[in-house]
Design a protein around this ligand. Structure first.
Ligand code: IPE
Ligand code: IPE
Ligand code: MG
Length: 244
């Protein structure tokens, strides 16, 4: 991956972009291909997006790759997706490492096939020292399950007397989420035209800007990313206050 150095960040730049990569199936169906081909082409858009974020100097990118509800899909499609994840992690690790990308995962990793867990751990270990871009891959991720897990962990601490109920704060809840070491997303993009979150970062999106694009994920590229940023710069973020 050849990276063109980023232009300098101004304070208004989004630190964290999160993307719901949707529309692989429709992209393939439109071309009379099997849905599986759509997922294969989706991997190209992932590479383009990572490269684009590095070039634009975006420090955090989070990609929704497989939801905890996606197990409901036909077995053949789920198996193909798992195969693609394996292929991607094996093939791209060297490049990601070289490009300065730090890879991390959010989601119920224990619920994934063992070989994927191992490849994911390897990617995390091998890239732990990188800092150009934190690439978070949401795999077997569901926001409601994430919040439920956090509540259970805090409840255990309350039960043992380690924490008083009145000491539970938003910050404490944040620290029990998979995203504990990530800033909240500034911009959430969903491709494919659907306008819903589908159980993605429900807690973390409290003040995110949303952008729903009529582009199918395999067609997403750096120009889409640039247009998304342009749109983002036009927003007026108030966080409950009044504009300056
Ligand atoms: C997103 O594309 C990929 C995953 C959810 C894994 P879809 O497979 O959902 O594509 P559509 O929505 O059916 O077009
Ligand atoms: C959301 O897309 C999950 C991912 C992009 C990984 P879906 O295609 O699963 O969402 P729904 O089912 O249309 O809401
Ligand atoms: Mg979809």
């Amino acid at each position: 991956m050849e990276i063109v150095p980023s232009s300098k960040l101004v304070p208004e730049d989004p630190a964290h972009i999160a993307i719901i990569m949707d529309g692989n199936g429709r992209w393939a169906t439109k071309r009379s291909l099997s849905r599986l081909k759509g997922h294969e082409h989706g991997a190209t858009a992932v590479r383009e997006t990572v490269k684009g974020c590095l070039e634009l100097g975006i420090p955090y990118l989070t990609l929704f790759a497989f939801s905890s509800e996606n197990w409901k899909r036909p077995e053949e499609e789920v198996n193909h997706l798992m195969g693609l994840f394996k292929f991607f992690f094996k093939k791209e690790l060297k490049e990601l490492k070289k490009a300065g990308v730090r890879v991390r995962f959010i989601g119920d990793m224990a619920g994934l096939p063992l070989d994927i867990q191992e490849l994911a751990s390897l990617a995390v270990e091998e890239t732990a020292g990188n800092a150009a871009l934190v690439l978070t891959i949401a795999l077997n991720y569901g926001s409601q399950a994430e919040i439920t897990k956090a509540v259970q962990e805090i409840a255990v601490k309350v039960k043992s007397g380690e924490v008083c109920p009145e000491d539970i704060t938003e910050d404490m809840i944040n620290r029990h989420l998979y995203t504990c070491d990530l800033p909240d997303p500034d911009l959430i993009i969903r491709t494919s035209g659907e306008q819903r979150l589908s159980n993605f970062l429900l807690w973390q999106c409290a003040y995110s800007e949303f952008l729903f694009l009529d582009v199918l994920w395999p067609d997403f590229d750096k120009s889409c990313l640039e247009k998304a940023l342009e749109d983002f710069y036009g927003r007026n973020r108030r966080f409950g206050a009044v504009s300056a």
